[in-house]
Design a protein around this ligand. Sequence first.
Ligand SMILES: [Zn+2]
Ligand SMILES: [Zn+2]
Length: 326
Amino acid sequence: MEQKGYVLGGMAFLLMIPAILMIITFADMVKTGEESVSATLQSDSAFFAVNDIEKNAPIITTDLIRETADNITLTGIPLTNSRLTIKSTLQEKIDDFTLDYTGQTGIDEIKCTVLKVGSSPDPFKIEINYNIYIKKGRIVHNETITQFIDISNKHIPDPMPFIKLKDFGIPKRDNNAGLIIYDSSLFDFLNSRGLENAVVYNNSTSPLFINKCPYDPYISHGNGDFSSIIKNCLYVKYFHESSDGACFMCKLEGKATCPHYGMETFIVPSVSHNSSQIKAPCSSDHVIFNESTYPGTEFEYYREGNDYYNLFLDDGHRQKYGLPKY
Ligand SMILES: [Zn+2]
Ligand SMILES: [Zn+2]
């Protein structure tokens, strides 16, 4: 009994550790809270302004990225330096936003300077970096802020195919289906480069909006009966992280590949009515749109009667997504 009690004492101590940690964290929170409370008391409107800019900068950036990409899907004209262009337009929009603060709130001076817009280690985020300077009476607040803006599930279209196919008839957008409709443009583009069986991409489609695939790790795409996971990934239309595919900032410049960590998606060929095991350009978008397009072999992910739904994949991509090797 005595021994048991001793063991329980040890257990009780272990149980107390989270409680001790919580108390320490709470004490720390209270301390930080006090600091910001006293600062807020000194200048509530200045701190409200900083918080408001921090809250709105991501929304302004997302809207700007969407507007820019939307415009490219209409014109097919790339940005020559996406980082500089987005940075200067973002500066204009932020200036409009901060203008509301001057005068109204007793703030003498407010300046938010955009320092940098660029790709981030997560390809589904854009990094922005800006400095906020606020002067109110004797108080000066100066702060540099870095934010990673999510561009996934924000109705932001992939601009790259529209730029690449400008001279072959700009593809159509199906906003409801979330698809890029290639009609004959992609076939003409591939055929003009003399690529074997380019015809499988006549009437092909690919995802329109940047939506990050939730099937992680990617090797799990091969799971499920009758290729149900990869089928669902294609049906819902997702993008995947890829060191070979372009980052979003470079996509705005019409690049299919770039030195940054980027993304890739599948270009889905039109339905075939026979199952001939042919080779055709690999269905990964960065392979299709890059100068060095290489072939892939047929991978049937779905069949309905005489309709065969195929992708064409090389061994590298089959391995990445856990699909059977050819
Ligand atoms: Zn996927
Ligand atoms: Zn890039």
